[in-house]
Design a protein. Structure first.
Lengths: 511, 227
């Protein structure tokens, strides 16, 4: 496609300003939003569930551990009291007693006795217990405290033994508990992540499923906009939510189709009805024209006017009929495989003949036809439609561009794996304003220069039909500036690929 | 003597204008306003070419063409206001040789008639007998027959098409060439004319029209006759 605007591809810019408040959220598609909601919901839910589980478990485990620590500490404290009351005189050192208490448990004991500190493990002294707690216990109140020591969590239980003026402390290392809690936290986090992802994917598939009817509607609407008026939504059974949508959509398309068909049937009927009187008129006119020489100069002039306008009228009816056919999609294409250079040469020759019959304004333009670039290339086209394309472009050049100067056929760039052929018709007229280059293909478009172009010979449908014929042949058309400053119209048609040619061979029994 | 043309058309004004235009081209013109009248007329006074409008009251143009074809090999041109594939092909399959669409240019119609009235081929470069399979063509006499002498009926256009193919055995003739030589059309002639006539010929000369042995289709090129 050219940058110069094309007959079928002019899309205006979208609505210029959008509500700035409706930013990201509304800019996201409905499906993305539903997916996001599901995902976020799952995330929040798993965070809440995770926290509740974690703290419940933690509370329970720590409580448990504290209780068992207390039980152990009190039991040990009573042993220490026994020692203090009865065995201190036997010469046993307090350390030995403390060492005996430690066995089997990840704990160690600290004893304040006789105004001295004893500890089951040499390196751990009284400082292994928090100072505030020490003071509390020494003043005669039992206490329990959780704290960190040397990077690992501890539970310390302090038991005063007033009868012997001692205080027994036991410090439990609860690293294993911390590890358990860490593992639990990790497991809960992982579960949360999985739940969130699941939430996203459930949201995605659920929204996909519930939005499928919408996707179907939009696909159907696209097909209808593309001209396929027979598109309908499939019946959805007895789903009460969707049946209404399907029903009303299909009913809308039915009415649209009926209306479009009625309108183009009308155009088509009118054109057909006009053909009968036109046949009479043109046959009678030819009888008169045969005896033109015997008429008076005035009558001869009148006859010429009649002839010119009758032909124009005839063309208009033909072209209206052609347009209405392609509007209803009742076009019959007659595709044949032909040599591109022959096709262009013959089309130019035939077009020049029919143009001569219309009596265009005299022109000094010399038409150069250059088809060497496509010799050996074969096209699959409707020959007569192609000839109409060339004829209408030459006619357009004759009436509005001072006559065509050059018709050339060259190989174009590849599109979607298809080689293309470009047929360009140049004139040496004033050229087209950039904004006109798309509009000229509209029906009954009258250019900026319509005053200058007021020869009144065109039907106003010629270029619209060029675009239509090009489309039907699988091609496109656009206008640009010719090297000499005039207008250039380019038709680009796909070349049959080898594979397609081979496939065609399997087809019907006609050459 | 000038050729007689039978114009079958229900619209009186079109019929009159066609008569005037064709008389101007030098033909004798008979008129009929319905299919029935045309068939009656043809029994009484045969014509050289029949122009039949497809939209006729009573028996329509297709049926009239078919009925006329059953009793005669006269060249038939159907006149249609519709250029739909369906109408044109149905008309050709009913037995028409060619078609014109309304509104037509009388000169063009004259050219079509002249092409149909032409002799099969110029006599000088023509062999007396062309043959393929167990069939013989006598271009001079316009006769197609089996070797055992049984004559096969075909229209002038079918006969001329067969002569073109038989005169160039094993050579591919494109549709454009056949349109030019048989119907006198240029490059933009309607290839359907050739296709429909080839189909009709196959039913007459091929033992099995679905699996032709003599008149072969050459994809992307045209047709050829293999003796």
């Amino acid at each position: 496609m050219s940058a110069n605007g094309s007959a079928d591809g002019a899309h205006g810019p979208g609505p210029a300003s959008e509500d700035p408040k409706g930013h990201l959220w509304t800019r996201l598609g409905l499906r993305a939003r539903v997916t996001l909601m599901f995902g976020l919901g799952a995330l929040v839910l798993s965070i809440v569930m995770g926290c509740v589980s974690y703290f419940t478990a933690r509370h329970f485990l720590v409580d448990n551990r504290e209780n068992s620590a207390k039980v152990t500490a009190f039991a040990n404290a009573s042993q220490v009291r026994n020692f203090a009351e009865f065995e201190s005189h036997s010469g046993t050192k307090p350390e030995t007693v403390l060492e005996g208490l430690d066995a089997g448990v990840a704990s160690h004991s600290v004893l304040f006795y006789d105004n001295a500190w004893y500890s089951s493990i040499a390196k751990v002294g009284k400082n292994a217990t928090p100072a505030a707690m020490r003071a509390l216990v020494l003043s005669g109140t039992p206490a329990t405290q959780n704290y960190w020591l040397g990077g690992s969590p501890q539970i310390a239980v302090g038991v005063p033994i007033p009868s012997v003026h001692a205080a027994y402390f036991e410090v439990f290392d609860v690293s294993d508990l911390a590890r358990t809690l860490r593992v639990l936290a990790l497991a809960l986090t992982a579960a949360g992540v999985v739940t969130t992802l699941l939430g996203f994917s459930v949201g995605r598939s659920a929204s996909g499923r519930s939005l499928r009817p919408l996707t179907d509607v939009s696909r159907a609407a696209m097909a209808i906009a593309g001209g396929d008026l027979d598109t309908r939504l499939p019946e959805v059974g007895d789903d009460p939510d969707l049946a209404g949508l399907t029903l009303s959509f299909n009913r809308m398309v039915d009415q649209l189709q009926e209306r479009i068909e009625r309108e183009s049937r009308f155009t088509s009927d009118v054109s057909h009805e006009l053909r009968s009187p036109l046949t009479t008129l043109s046959a009678s006119l030819e009888v008169l024209e045969r005896d033109r020489d015997q008429l008076s100069p005035q009558a001869r002039q009148a006859l010429d006017l009649l002839a010119a306008d009758l032909r124009r009228f005839q063309r208009m009816v033909d072209e209206l009929l052609e347009i209405s056919r392609s509007d209803t999609g009742s076009v019959d294409l007659w595709m044949e495989e032909v040599a591109a250079d022959d096709l262009v040469r013959h089309s130019v020759a035939a077009s020049a003949r029919s143009l001569a019959r219309l009596g265009p304004p005299a022109t000094s333009a010399v038409l150069v036809v250059d088809v060497d670039g496509v010799s050996g290339t074969r096209l699959r086209v409707d020959k007569r439609r192609f000839e109409r394309i060339v004829a209408n472009l030459l006619e357009n050049a004759a009436f509005y561009g001072g006559g065509a100067t050059r018709v050339s056929a060259t190989l174009g760039p590849e599109h979607n794996g298809h080689a293309t052929v470009r047929v360009a018709v140049d004139d040496h007229g004033p050229g087209l304003e950039p904004d006109e280059r798309v509009k000229v293909f509209e029906r009954f478009y009258r250019g900026h220069a319509s005053g200058r172009r007021g020869t009144g010979m065109g039907t106003g449908l010629g270029l619209a039909l060029v675009a239509e014929h090009a489309r039907l042949n699988g091609g496109t058309v656009w206008a640009e500036e010719a090297p000499g400053g005039g207008a250039r119209f380019v038709v680009e048609l796909p070349v049959m690929s080898e594979a397609e040619q081979a496939e065609e061979l399997e087809g019907s029994d006609s050459p | 003597m000038s050729a007689r043309i039978l114009v079958v058309e229900d619209d009186e004004r079109i019929r009159s204008s066609m008569r005037l235009a064709l008389e101007g081209e030098g033909y004798d013109v008979d008129e009929a306003e319905s299919g029935e009248e045309a068939l009656d007329h043809f029994t009484a006074q045969s014509s050289d070419v029949a122009l039949i409008d497809l939209m006729l009251p009573g028996i329509d143009g297709f049926e009239t063409t078919r009925a006329l074809r059953r009793q005669s090999a006269v060249p038939i041109i159907i006149v249609t206001a519709r250029t739909d594939t369906h109408d044109v092909v149905a008309g050709l399959e009913a037995g028409a040789d060619d078609y014109v669409t309304k509104p037509f240019v009388a000169k063009e119609l004259g050219a079509r008639i002249r092409a149909l009235l032409r002799r099969a081929r110029p006599a000088e470069d023509e062999p007396k007998v062309l043959s393929f399979g167990d069939l013989e063509l006598l271009p001079d006499q316009g006769v197609l027959r089996r070797r055992d002498g049984e004559e096969i009926h075909c229209t002038r256009t079918e006969f001329r098409l067969l002569c073109e193919l038989a005169a160039n055995p094993n050579k591919v003739l494109s549709r454009e060439q056949l349109l030019d030589r048989v119907w006198g059309y240029d490059y933009f002639g309607d290839g359907r004319l050739v296709d429909v006539h080839i189909r009709r010929l196959r039913t007459k000369v091929e033992p099995d029209p679905a699996l032709p042995r003599h008149i072969l289709t050459v994809r992307g090129m045209g047709y050829k006759l293999v003796p």
